[in-house]
Design a protein around this ligand. Structure first.
Ligand code: NAG
Ligand code: NAG
Ligand code: NAG
Ligand code: NAG
Ligand code: NAG
Length: 395
């Protein structure tokens, strides 16, 4: 009996030593065997949104951070080069492009651009603070808050290679795309051990989106054609077919992420409503920074304070230069600008998405115009059903 116990103690001891050894080995190496949240190295953030939903504003909140390499819509190039295709077919090209850019491999643009190219040939390059400061551009330091206009005049003529070199010096790569309509397309990237991908899904009241889209009808026509698979023709969205597709995609993405969460998505998805962001920027920005594993610097905090309190210099055009108070007003502007018939139509087309995301219908013109009638459910009110909120806390 005693001998038997001695043997089992010895056996247990050996087992413990072996287990400890295995744990040490695995914790020192083997990315794929780690739990996803302990993946080493860089953080990759994808902001998934749709046109005119405040994603440029959200993008700036990341772009200005000195640890962030940010690009806005890099997959624009794929859509332009293959505009006779459909969003669905282009999903794979877009995904492949995004993956390369996350890994700082900019050779992926060879497929879409001339061999001889400068930084300024990249779509919307100047909204990226990283491309407006060292080592991409010698005129500014990376801790400075960048300005699109000054950057454009000083930083565009550097060779394209600088983008790749610059990307490699950053710990956080943040990309914004409006070209994903299905979360499943991103599964391979979420499972990819060379990436540490997290997704911020930005949504906005579809009625406010429609109002904003009306101010940019021409600019949206090519993309509309791709969404609706129209073989390269430009279409306007007077029948809200594109809106229908956008709202459908919000449901698909949100439901998949929160109700049928696959294990590799746990803690890697955050939904953000534009209305919450402008109403309570300090809280929402800090939740997003936590999610993205970023800490604001003193200078960034001052800038954030300024832009959310109307002290930003610059032109009105730039969405992120408006104050949060104005932004709250702007997010209600559709109520005075759109005729009730249109609103009814949008509410019909986007019924499911609106119910899911906490936007209430207006039933009459009277309700529409009465701004004391609140149509965006407060976050808290249905927090119990928001698994993203829970995930924020667990994180
Ligand atoms: C971990 O893997 C890398 C390359 O895969 C290797 O160079 C390194 O020596 C390994 N470290 C340990 C502790 O095994
Ligand atoms: C890139 O910039 C250089 C100046 O540095 C200029 O001579 C050249 O024409 C530019 N190339 C392109 C493709 O714009
Ligand atoms: C798409 O458009 C091209 C011309 O731009 C035409 O040659 C082709 O037949 C069209 N394809 C379809 C399926 O309509
Ligand atoms: C914020 O505004 C104040 C007052 O206008 C200014 O002194 C400060 O430099 C601004 N901060 C940033 C980072 O722009
Ligand atoms: C917001 O809108 C209300 C009603 O339209 C108006 O009275 C108020 O002045 C606006 N506030 C700002 C900060 O623009």
């Amino acid at each position: 009996m005693a001998r038997l116990r001695g043997t089992s103690i010895l056996f247990a001891a050996l087992l413990m030593i072996q287990t400890a050894f295995v744990i040490v080995m695995y914790s020192r190496n083997g990315t794929s065997s780690r739990p996803p949240d302990e993946r080493p190295g860089k953080v990759h953030i994808l902001i998934v949104s749709s046109w005119r939903s405040g994603s440029s504003f959200l993008g700036q909140l990341f772009s200005q951070h000195p640890d962030v390499f940010y690009l806005m819509e890099p997959a624009w190039h794929a859509w332009v080069a293959m505009h006779q295709s459909s969003a669905k077919v282009l999903h794979m090209a877009v995904r492949d492009l995004i993956r390369s850019v996350f890994l700082c491999d900019m050779s992926v643009f060879d497929a879409y651009m001339h061999k001889k190219r400068n930084v300024s040939d990249l779509f919307q390059w100047a909204v990226s603070r990283a491309l407006c400061s060292a080592p991409a551009c010698d005129s500014f330091q990376r801790t400075e808050i960048s300005n699109e206009m000054t950057c454009k005049t000083l930083c565009g003529k550097y060779p394209f290679d600088r983008i790749e070199q610059t990307c490699k010096t950053y710990s956080h790569i943040v990309l914004k795309e409006v070209r994903f309509f299905d979360l499943k397309v991103l599964y391979p990237l979420l499972k990819d051990p060379s990436l540490n991908l997290k997704i911020i899904h930005l949504v906005r009241d579809p009625r406010a989106v429609v109002k904003s889209r009306e101010q940019a009808v021409k600019a949206l026509m090519r993309d509309n054609g791709i969404v609706l698979n129209k073989n390269g023709t430009r279409v306007d969205d007077s029948k809200y077919e594109v809106m229908r597709e956008i709202c459908r995609s919000h449901i698909q993405i949100y439901e998949t992420a929160t109700q049928k969460t696959p294990p590799f998505l746990k803690g890697r998805y955050m939904m953000m409503r534009y209305e919450d962001l402008v109403r309570d920027p300090a809280i929402e920005i800090s939740a997003m920074y936590d999610f993205a594993q970023l800490k604001p610097t003193k200078k960034l905090e001052s800038w954030l304070y300024n832009i959310t309190h109307g002290q930003g210099a610059g032109k009105k055009r730039e969405a992120f230069k408006i104050t949060s108070r104005d932004a709250v007003n702007v997010s209600q502007a559709w109520r005075n600008a759109l005729p009730f018939e249109k609103i009814k139509k949008v509410q019909e087309v986007c019924k499911g998405a609106m119910a899911l995301l906490g936007y209430l219908d207006v039933e009459s013109e009277k309700e529409q115009k009465d701004l004391s009638y609140e149509v965006v459910l407060p976050r808290r009110q249905y927090q119990f059903s928001w698994s993203t909120i829970k995930e924020r806390k667990v994180k």
